[in-house]
Structures are given as structure tokens and as C-alpha cells.
Design a protein. Structure first.
Length: 285
């Protein structure tokens, strides 16, 4: 089984390099993030199932950066002998956002402008967040909706509200040619002097509608304590980008996914429920 030290040793052999581990970085829920010498960041996971996804994300990162999307450059992508996918990224200046109240109207509008850069970047078929959202909410994909509904309480009530919201859109065709980060929340921002210098944790990138990322930002802003009104700005931008049907389905899918992810984390479910309820209220206003 791989360790961070063994991954570094293996990539050093593969690249003829001499990288050394400096420290583990904060954030990076999808895979571990580690600062190495020479100004690079190693991200890796011991899940071989992510290998194809990471390779695909590398191409999408290249496209996004070409239009000015502020995510770190990927320097190399590989897989260890044990099957662990990894990538080396450039180290960007700035600090991860941890005091979410600093996300004010100005920073929110900068983020919205960044999301607009995602438009029409993935015209070919592939991993689709739009298809996934529709399938999860309306067609029972992966069984996640049924599993989460069994949690009961407010979680089940929120799912019922999302079902009612999304029911009229069963025959809608969702946009599918934008670049989608797939896990865009306030914790994945690097900022310096009040400006965004990096958007991280991008391994889940795929095609779909940028509204998915915008509604995810709205939910994050509500639950994490961004400045007043920021969540509304993100919802307005999502609706403008793709319309009510797409936003409703993306919001429902994003909620059920994260509700399952945090189910066993003490105190997290309540925050997730608050964010989901706030977005529902904004969409129902």
C-alpha cells in the first residue's frame, strides 16, 4: 500500500527528480495535498478508481487555464505501481479561505466572473455533471437518493422539497458543454490581498453546466457564513447561466451527495441542511 513517502520516492525515480516532502497542506478532501520542495504540490489518492478521472481532469485544467481560470498548473500526472493516481501542481501564493466572512460582494462577483470563463469549454461527450444531476434526482442513479432519504428527520424533509421543486423538469434537457469544477465551495479558494489566486481540489472536473458550481457556491456561502447577500448573488448568477430547471436539479443532486458524504461527521449535517434549506428558499421565493 502506498504512503506519501513512497509516492514521492516513486515519482522521483520516474521523473529523475529529487523532490522532498515539506508538509501536508490544509484542505484537499478528494485526495491528500502535500507541499514538496522546489515549489510544487503533490496530490494523490490510494483509490485506483480515480486514475482515469485524474487523467481527464488534467486536460480540462489545461483548457480552463488557457482562458484565465485561476487553478494551479498541473506539471505531471501519473500512477504508482500500486495503482495510486497522483499529480504534481504548481504552488500558488496566497492562503486558503478559512474565515468565510471575508467572502463579500466584491469577492463573490469575482468568483461569478471566474465561473463565466467555464462556458463552452467541453463540447465533447464525457463525464457529465448535468447527466449525473438529472439521473440522481429523477432516475435513482446509484441509489444515493433512496439511501439518504432513510436518514429521516430534516434530511428527508429537504429531499421531499427538492423532489417537488424538480418534478416539473423531468423532460428538460440540461446544458452539457461547460467546464464544471464539481466541488466548488469557499474552502477551495486560495486568496491573496483580497483577490483569488487559486481554485483547488479540481480532480472531479467534468462537463455539464457552470450553474452546478454556482449553486454549490451559494450553498457554501449560506452554510459557511459568507457576507450577507452573497448566497443570493450566486443563485442569481446560476439562474442567469442556465435557467431554473438546471439550477433546481443541480441543487438537489449536490445536496444529496454532500448529505451522504458528511452523514457520520458530528455537527456537519446541520450546516449542510441549513445551506440546502437556504437555497431552496431562494429558489422558491
Amino acid at each position: 500500500m502506498d504512503t506519501t513517502e513512497s509516492v514521492v520516492a516513486e515519482l522521483n525515480v520516474a521523473l529523475g527528480a529529487d523532490y522532498r516532502l515539506v508538509r501536508q497542506l490544509t484542505g484537499g478532501f478528494q485526495s491528500g495535498a502535500f507541499e514538496l520542495t522546489d515549489g510544487v504540490v503533490l496530490k494523490w489518492t490510494d483509490d485506483p478508481g480515480w486514475a482515469a478521472r485524474v487523467r481527464r481532469a488534467a486536460e480540462l485544467v489545461r483548457r480552463a487555464r488557457a482562458v484565465g481560470y485561476p487553478t494551479p498548473a498541473w506539471l505531471t500526472v501519473g500512477t504508482t505501481a500500486a495503482g495510486s493516481p497522483y499529480q504534481l501542481q504548481e504552488f500558488v501564493s496566497g492562503t486558503p479561505v478559512r474565515d468565510y466572512s471575508v467572502v463579500d460582494e466584491a469577492l463573490a462577483r469575482e468568483l461569478i466572473a471566474v465561473c463565466e470563463l467555464q462556458r463552452d469549454l467541453v463540447p465533447e461527450s464525457g463525464i457529465s455533471w448535468s447527466a449525473w444531476s438529472r439521473g440522481v434526482v429523477l432516475e435513482g442513479w446509484d441509489g444515493v437518493w433512496e439511501r439518504v432519504s432513510k436518514y429521516g428527520g430534516e434530511t428527508d424533509e429537504l429531499l421531499r422539497r427538492y423532489e417537488l421543486l424538480c418534478r416539473p423538469y423531468r423532460d428538460e434537457v440540461l446544458p452539457d458543454d461547460d467546464f464544471v469544477h464539481g466541488d466548488l465551495n469557499l474552502g477551495n479558494l486560495i486568496v491573496e490581498d483580497g483577490r483569488i489566486t487559486g481554485i483547488i481540489d479540481i480532480e472531479a472536473a467534468g462537463a455539464g453546466s457552470r450553474a452546478y458550481d454556482l449553486v454549490s457556491l451559494a450553498t457554501s456561502a449560506a452554510r459557511d457564513g459568507a457576507a450577507h447577500g452573497v448566497d443570493e448573488l450566486f443563485v442569481e448568477a446560476a439562474l442567469k447561466a442556465a435557467g431554473r430547471a438546471t439550477v433546481a436539479l443541480c441543487a438537489g443532486a449536490a445536496y444529496v451527495s454532500i448529505a451522504e458524504f458528511v452523514h457520520d461527521r458530528v455537527g456537519s449535517a446541520e450546516l449542510i441542511e441549513y445551506g440546502a434549506r437556504r437555497v431552496l428558499d431562494l429558489l422558491s421565493a
